[in-house]
Design a protein around this ligand. Structure first.
Ligand code: PMP
Ligand code: GLN
Length: 375
């Protein structure tokens, strides 16, 4: 008897495994393949010999909590209380899972905007609650009128993801204004804002929920050091939430993981003294531009990419296959792995679109695009 009968192995696992089996270049699952900054690995090497190997306090390493508070203030001008409003989590995934498990009850509804990243639905289902999947507009902007139509007294939470995986779209000031007007009518709806790519935006600046005063009392914001410092495998992220919500979230967190791995927390805390998050967007903007330029001669049509390290492309000029079959053939026959966009939709809508991850060293991007241009 499955508790999640309709959930299968994540497409990221499936495609990465297939890429390995066929020795393909893996532009599917989102992770960087270039070396981590030496200053960070030096810190880890030094810490390995120090006394940092035991449990840390449940909410997080205290110096890291205060540095997160400073980071949020520097980035967004928001003052938060390190002790009561921040929780270090085992990646954003655990932060999202714990938030939903804590705040969503049986028969509640949670609005998820499609295409959507895959980690929102399962925790909603495990709460015996109902995910309500609402499609974004064709240009991937939220359709606030449609969203409002599905809001009711049953709605417990709306999940937004900004910058957006997989489309790279970022929310505008007018999106937030529309959301604020909508939520004013529903004082009990909570907002979960997944901002793991907050520092990866390009021409337009990221607008964080941290800067939207009217939303803060009902908003849980999720960040990930895995994305910001190119260490996805460390699985260290954090939540920021008002004290009343955070108090409840911590009750669940303490029995889910108790505290997050010590050496990575201390290393990130030390590293935050040495680096600036301002460089992250620039690094990925160069990668995005290079990748797009290398694909200019290909038959793929590239969609706009405002943020994240993902590029969505249409293969409609190449093949009529569905996107899952196309991605499988891309691996087997052409040696490049990508993610089919239909897997981000509740109804598996096939738009002949696939997602490439460009968080790769230039040699990898050059070889991958050489293969893609030859199709
Ligand atoms: N949210 C989004 C939109 C993501 O793309 C990811 C992918 N890693 C996560 C959350 C999870 O982040 P983490 O690896 O820190 O758990
Ligand atoms: N967030 C990553 C992506 O979108 C996947 C992480 C995972 O495999 N859980 O590719």
């Amino acid at each position: 008897m499955s508790k999640l009968p309709n959930i299968s192995t994540s497409i990221f696992t499936v495609m990465s495994k297939m890429a390995t089996e066929h020795n393909a270049i893996n532009l599917s699952q989102g992770f960087p393949n270039f070396p981590v900054n030496e200053r960070l690995t030096d810190i880890v090497a030094k810490l390995a010999k120090e006394n940092v190997h035991q449990y840390l306090p449940m909410s997080g390493y205290p110096p890291l909590l205060s540095k997160i508070a400073t980071l949020v203030d520097d980035s967004y001008g928001r003052i938060i209380q390190a002790e009561t409003e921040i929780l270090v989590t085992a990646g954003a995934t655990q932060g999202i899972f714990t938030t939903i498990l804590t705040l969503v009850k049986t028969n509640d509804e949670v609005i998820i905007l499609d295409p959507s990243y895959d980690c929102y639905e399962a925790p909603v289902l495990l709460c015996n609650a109902n995910p309500v999947r609402v499609a974004l507009n064709d240009d991937y902007t939220p359709n606030w009128a449609t969203i409002e139509k599905v809001c009711s007294s049953k709605t417990k939470m709306i999940i937004i993801n900004n910058p957006h995986n997989p489309t790279g779209k970022i929310l505008t000031k007018s999106d937030f204004e529309a959301l604020e007007i909508l939520l004013e009518k529903y004082p009990d709806i909570l907002l979960l804002s997944d901002e793991v790519y907050e520092y990866i935006t390009f021409e337009e600046k990221h607008i964080s929920a941290h800067t939207r005063e009217k939303l803060l009392h009902r908003c849980v914001i999720v960040s990930s050091f895995g994305k910001s410092f190119h260490v996805t495998g460390w699985k260290v992220g954090y939540l920021v939430a008002p004290e009343n919500l955070m108090k409840e979230i911590k009750k669940v967190h303490q029995f889910l993981v108790f505290s997050v791995n010590s050496i990575c927390q201390v290393a990130i805390s030390d590293y935050l003294d040495l680096v600036s998050v301002d460089e992250i967007g620039k690094l990925y903007q160069e990668k995005r531009d290079y990748f797009r330029q290398l694909l200019k001669e290909s038959r793929f049509e590239l969609m706009p990419c405002e943020g994240t390290y993902f590029q969505v492309a249409s293969y409609a000029a190449i093949s009529n296959e569905n996107d899952v079959d196309f991605c499988k053939r891309l691996i087997i026959e052409h040696g490049v792995a990508a993610i089919p966009i239909s897997t981000f939709y509740a109804d598996g809508k096939d738009l002949k679109l696939i997602r490439f991850c460009f968080a790769k060293d230039n040699t990898t991007l050059e070889e991958a695009t050489k293969r893609l241009c030859a199709i």
